[in-house]
Ligand binder design. Structure first.
Ligand code: NAD
Length: 304
């Protein structure tokens, strides 16, 4: 069944997600603070909204794809007089789906408010990167009631292949944080092994050929190989233009560390990887793709 969907946050992920929703027959009302992003949404076939509340009004569903918890809180709760949020603007029958990756506390706080205001909401962060968003093969990790999960599912199916109900509100984010901690560690390990292999005189193509069919194989290596001219989808072919920005990876690794602290879990590799990504950002690599961790380990310049 086709729906009218408010979509807020038309960035690297949001735009290809919108394209797939339109392809599936849904109508999109898009909002972003960037005029350039709105222009791209218009070209993709979306109607442009003038504000968050405008995008959320008269819709069957609202999707948010924003950078951080603070943005999500402001989008749902509003920022005061004259700037209402999604919870005030959306109809009580709309399903509200936050696909951003944010801290568990923000996800739970917004979900609790939504429940108090009799709105139906799920947290549904994604994995699969911009290539998965473009191909419509994302994995969605959903937190919320089973009933709200079932309401969100048909919409998520237009953008993804694996739609998994993890548990109650916030558990989608918890799942995503665990996954991205592992992804960051795997990517850093890949960059380290490639850098060592090159220092030992092995061609980067040979390193990939062997490791991708040996015990070192991992998804980050197969899609984001950090040396150009080897893996077509990799940002290394485009001067490390993102993709998934290093600053967002640093954010996710930080969220994992906060969750490890709260639960008293030992995550030494996650802590080290978080620290390496913070260093990458401090050295000017935050706007590059996360695979630019290779530049840090290989001693390369951070210039695009
Ligand atoms: P992005 O920075 O490319 O896009 C975010 C968009 O949100 C931008 O266009 C920005 O202008 C807009 N925005 C910011 N504040 C806003 C506001 N108050 N109102 C309206 N629009 C606002 O980021 P992205 O790469 O698309 O990532 C979005 C989310 O998805 C993040 O939480 C990220 O961690 C997560 N994620 C990204 C990837 C990836 O590969 N890029 C993969 C999985 C998950």
């Amino acid at each position: 069944m086709s729906s009218t969907i408010g979509f807020i946050g038309v960035g690297n992920m949001g735009l290809p997600m919108i394209r797939n929703l339109i392809k599936a027959g849904h109508g999109i009302k898009a909002f972003d603070i960037s005029a350039e992003a709105l222009e791209a949404a218009k070209e993709a076939g979306a109607t442009i909204a003038s504000a968050i509340a405008d995008a959320a009004t008269d819709t069957n569903a609202v999707i948010t794809m924003l950078p951080q918890g603070q943005h999500v809180r402001e989008a749902y709760l509003g920022t005061g007089e004259g700037n209402p949020g999604i919870l005030s603007a959306a109809s009580s029958t709309a399903i509200l789906i936050d696909c951003s990756t944010v801290d568990i506390e923000s996800a739970k706080a917004v979900a609790e408010r939504a429940e108090r205001e009799k709105r139906s909401m799920v947290d549904a962060p994604v994995s699969g990167g911009i290539s998965g968003a473009a191909a419509g093969t994302l994995t969605f990790m959903v937190g919320g009631t089973k009933e709200n999960f079932e309401r969100a599912r048909p919409i998520l199916e237009a953008m993804g292949r694996n739609i998994v109900h993890i548990g109650g509100s916030g558990l989608g984010q918890a799942m995503k944080i665990c996954n991205n901690m592992m992804a960051g560690i795997a990517l850093t390990g890949t960059a380290e092994a490639v850098s060592l292999g090159q220092a030992l005189g092995i061609d980067p193509k040979t390193l990939h050929q062997v490791m991708s069919t040996s015990s070192g194989q991992n998804w980050m290596m197969d899609t984001m190989y950090p040396v150009e001219g080897v893996v077509e989808s990799a940002a290394s072919n485009r001067g490390f233009a993102p993709g998934f920005r290093a600053s967002l990876m640093a954010k996710d690794l930080g969220l994992a560390q906060a969750a490890a602290q709260t639960t008293g879990t030992g995550t030494p590799l996650g802590a080290l990887t978080a620290s390496l990504y913070r260093t990458l950002c401090l050295q000017g690599g935050g706007e590059l793709d996360c695979s630019a961790i290779y530049r840090l380990l290989h001693g390369d310049s951070m210039k695009p």
